[in-house]
Design a protein around this ligand. Sequence first.
Ligand code: ATP
Ligand code: MG
Length: 462
Amino acid sequence: MFNQQLNNNVSNTSPTKNIEPVIIPEKRHPISTNEIDIEALKVLYRLRDAGFSGYLVGGGVRDLYMGKRPKDFDISTDARPGQIRKLFRNSRTIGRRFRLVQVFFRGGKIIEVSTLRSQSEYDINGTDKLLASNNTFGTPAEDAFRRDLTINALFYEIESKTIIDYVGGVKDLDQGLIRIIGEPERRVTRDPVRMMRAIRHAARNDFRIEENTWKAITRNFDKLELCPRSRIRDEVLKDLTSGSSEPWARITLESGLFFTLFPFYREVIYQHVDSGRRSELLSLLSVVDRLYNTPEGDVRIDFPDYFILATLLVPLVEDHFDISSQRLKGPTHYRLSRKIRAVLDDVLGERYNLKRMAKEAMTTLLVNLSTFEQFSRKKNLPKWLRNKSYFPDCYRFYRVVSEARGGPQVDEDLFRIHRQGGRQDHIRRDGKGYKKNSSKGRKGVRPAFADKNKSVFGLRGR
Ligand code: ATP
Ligand code: MG
């Protein structure tokens, strides 16, 4: 009821003028100032000392409320960008349409400080032009209502240690509900990525999607086609690497949105219902999630983009070519690799703007599933295979796939090597190229599908 009122309000012409927030005092919420990043606190105190308001906002408040460690601590204030810049010498202004200030701290930490806004950049028609500031600055209430989900629109105020809630976000957090602020239909039409954001937070937190939000998603998911492909690609990769990709896939499949992101899966999953491709896909993603959710240690677990996309494509490629049960040699191996490459071009090439090297890398991972399957049955991987430049990558890939098929758990440490010693073993995450490793002291390593100097992966056998 409370939310209904708020939602009606936001759709009126002057929606937020008279809205009184719910204020949750310190003793009635679980957030403690000790959990807030020290640098974020410094920023908040300096704003306060200069006579400005300052709030912790967005995902940071949501995560702290749920007892999670936030990825970032964003701050909103009534200070204008120029005033913020003056307060923080080590800062810069960014943003094409809305300017916000990044404050830099030691160790590369960045705290983003934005002036309270009246509108979301995605709710405004027009070009990329910087918007006249007097049109866009707003009150805390307006800033809350321009946000995407109720749980993402909470403010935390350090002086009084209160949570300020204009949209019913605390209640939704308590009930485990994902609700788009305002009229979901209109908000997702303005920015279709909000559908992905709703599903993301439902998947990450095991929350339910509120009925009207769900209806808006199931009616409008095809509007994602209208968004820039680069934005969708980034959002998809965020979900695939979130540690909750399996629940994410379940919800996107159930809503139908999955098939807007990956139209080629419609046939594989629906027309061949009995083939188990859907559960194969979900099992693969569970392994990826398990790996992402292992404690980080000194080196973060990470996969390059092409690796994660290749994982996503295993059921498709198996459906087309039955690779794991093939016995490939010489020319048949090569021919199948070209067929897989053609499929990748077809299904992902333009849509995900994959670079040639990334597609080659994915092809190699996929086609070599057959090689690894063949040899691992004999429990003995031959030396020539171990010496291949692509061996470590293909081995990791094979182990992920085999765990998904009920095989032994793959060791997380295999996925920690990418950035050891600051070295990047793989094609960069954006797929734009790759760094070659020095091959000093690594004799006997033969590159795959490559010219004399370049290996496909920039990876050498160990
Ligand atoms: P994460 O933990 O992934 O960082 P987040 O909610 O903090 O989650 P961000 O992309 O960092 O996500 O966005 C910060 C905040 O900006 C969100 O919490 C939300 O309030 C707002 N926001 C982000 N995208 C949109 C959007 N498309 N429309 C409206 N508000 C948005
Ligand atoms: Mg964030």
